[in-house]
Design a protein around this ligand. Structure first.
Ligand SMILES: Nc1nc2c(ncn2[C@@H]2O[C@H](COP(=O)(O)OP(=O)(O)OP(=O)(O)O)[C@@H](O)[C@H]2O)c(=O)[nH]1
Ligand SMILES: [Mg+2]
Length: 489
């Protein structure tokens, strides 16, 4: 089934450990020439051809041309097909200095190897059937995970949890398609082909699964990328101070003069294992001069792309005219359509913060005196103090809750989570929608839709699902998937 791309029979090499200095640096080799290439620079008690698979050996690494000893290290041969890529794989463990590792790589290239492209090892693993495309993506997601939740999601994906779910759905679709196609092939025979009513029921159940996946999709995305949180408000209310407090570091400049922050300052934090990308923005006001105006324009953009907006007010002061202007902006701003609160009308994704709660007047003013409209009043607001840390624990809990992401260890679900997944799911869904619509108009008394049309739509849905796991794949999709990898993976 899988479209095998022409298999590379060249042998690749890459430095698999990150650039920089470290105790150990690892070179990874994959392809038929890997053992011979190691043999050229290996001087050990055991020759490479006598290596047992998956065992480490100690030896000297030399430059075969000059006979110069480059390092003393360890090497292991993972024999095909029992290796990560399914090919002959060798790893050389040397000291982790960039000059040394580059030199070793040069020697191997001189021996006829090619430096690998980013992700090429995993691409080979996929092409050789060691991983499906969802699992291959999970390898990248494991490496790039910035939060416990992202890591857990990627781990589940790598273990094949999503692949299994997709496979189950695929099996149902194939079954349905087979029956519909039987009706095409043997129209005159009295075989038990599926009736329109049953077909419709089967399709409805497939649709429900896809809908559930799409609903959970944004959770997966939030887990993978982290929740985007924008701190907005008028100048001087303490947005930058709050960012610093949340990150527990002195990231943004804080000053009593309004208009301090001009550019967007961001930081990443984990709360209960969930990642949050927090953006501090320029205070919103009618800009006096060009730089500040540009800052305000950037604030608006950040707000538009946020999953959650933290609208910061100075609780020690009455609501000002500027706050009221911002209220309009916050109220009318449309959250990205996959934001956590978007389906609930957006409001759930806005938290109102009364900052400077440490000042004596704060509790009197906030929020009773304020004409905060019902929509936001009914939403969540919190009194906090960036100065003393009061209310910050509650704020963190509210962030996790508003994001709708529970990352507890009991959470055993793995979610589809990137743009490629969503496109495939939506494609499958609209093909099924078409089939369902055709069938229901048939039951509404109109002529039954030709079985050929139903079969074509089902086939389309099937191919979208198969693209998800990479059962059928196009070169450009593979390029896209594997280009996001780092070198040596
Ligand atoms: N008492 C008190 N002062 C605070 C608190 N948070 C911030 N401030 C003070 O308020 C002033 C403004 O703080 P910033 O964090 O720079 O405010 P901002 O909203 O980022 O301001 P712009 O960048 O100008 O929009 C500074 O003098 C802070 O020290 C707080 O919780 N309590
Ligand atoms: Mg600021």
């Amino acid at each position: 089934m899988r479209v095998k791309l022409p298999k590379d029979d060249d042998t690749i090499v890459a430095i698999a450990t990150p650039p920089g200095e470290g105790g150990i640096g690892i070179l990874r080799l994959s392809g038929p020439q890997a053992p011979a290439a190691l043999g050229r620079l290996w001087r050990g008690r055991r020759v490479v051809t006598a290596f047992e698979s998956h065992r480490l050996y100690l030896g000297d690494l030399i430059d075969p041309v000059t006979e110069e000893a480059l390092d003393r290290g360890m090497a292991v041969w993972m024999k095909a097909p029992r290796s990560y890529t399914g090919e002959e794989v060798i790893e050389i463990h040397a000291h982790g200095g960039p000059l040394l590792l580059n030199r070793l790589q040069e020697v191997l290239v001189a021996a006829g190897l090619r430096v690998a492209e980013p992700g090429e090892f995993t691409r080979r693993a996929y092409l050789n059937g060691k991983l499906d495309l969802l699992q291959a993506e999970a390898v990248g997601a494991m490496i790039h995970a910035h939060s416990e939740a992202a890591l857990r999601n990627a781990r589940g994906q790598l273990r094949g949890r999503l692949s299994d779910e997709v496979a189950a759905l695929r099996a149902q679709l194939i079954d349905l398609l087979a029956r519909v196609e039987a009706a095409i092939d043997f129209p005159e025979e009295d075989i038990e082909i599926i009736q329109p009513r049953q077909t419709a029921a089967a399709i409805a159940s497939l649709q429900r699964v896809l809908t559930r996946w799409l609903e959970k999709f944004q959770l997966g995305r939030l887990l993978r990328e982290g929740v985007r949180v924008a701190l907005v408000g008028r100048p001087n209310v303490g947005k930058s101070s709050l960012l610093n407090r949340l990150l527990d570091e002195d990231r943004a400049i804080v000053h009593h003069q309004p208009g301090t922050t001009r550019d967007v300052v961001e930081g990443f934090l984990q709360i209960d294992g969930v990642g949050f990308q927090v953006f501090d923005t320029a205070g919103l006001r009618e800009g006096l001069e060009a730089v500040e105006r540009e800052g305000v324009a950037r604030s608006r953009r950040v707000m538009a792309e946020a999953d959650l907006v933290l609208w910061v007010l100075d609780a020690s002061q009455p609501l000002s005219a500027e706050d009221k202007d911002i209220l309009g902006m916050v109220a009318s701003h449309s959250l990205r359509d996959d934001a956590p609160g978007a389906s609930r009308g957006g409001w759930a994704s806005i938290l109102v913060l009364g900052n400077k709660a440490d000042l004596p007047v704060a509790s009197q003013n906030f929020p009773a005196d304020w004409e905060v409209p019902r929509a936001i009043k009914g939403g969540e607001w919190l009194l906090v103090s960036a100065a003393t840390g009061e209310g910050i624990a509650r704020l963190k809990a509210a962030l996790v809750e508003a994001a709708g992401v529970q990352a507890g260890p009991d959470q055993s679900h793995t979610y589809l989570n990137n743009a490629r997944h969503r496109e495939a799911l939506q494609g499958a869904q609209s093909a099924l929608d078409r089939t369902a619509a055709a069938l229901s108009s048939a039951r509404g008394g109109q002529a039954a839709p030709p079985v050929e049309c139903i079969a074509a739509d089902l086939r389309e849905a099937l191919s979208r699902l198969e693209a998800l796991i990479g059962e059928v794949s196009q070169e450009d999709i593979l390029d896209q998937v594997f280009s996001e990898f780092c070198l040596g993976k």
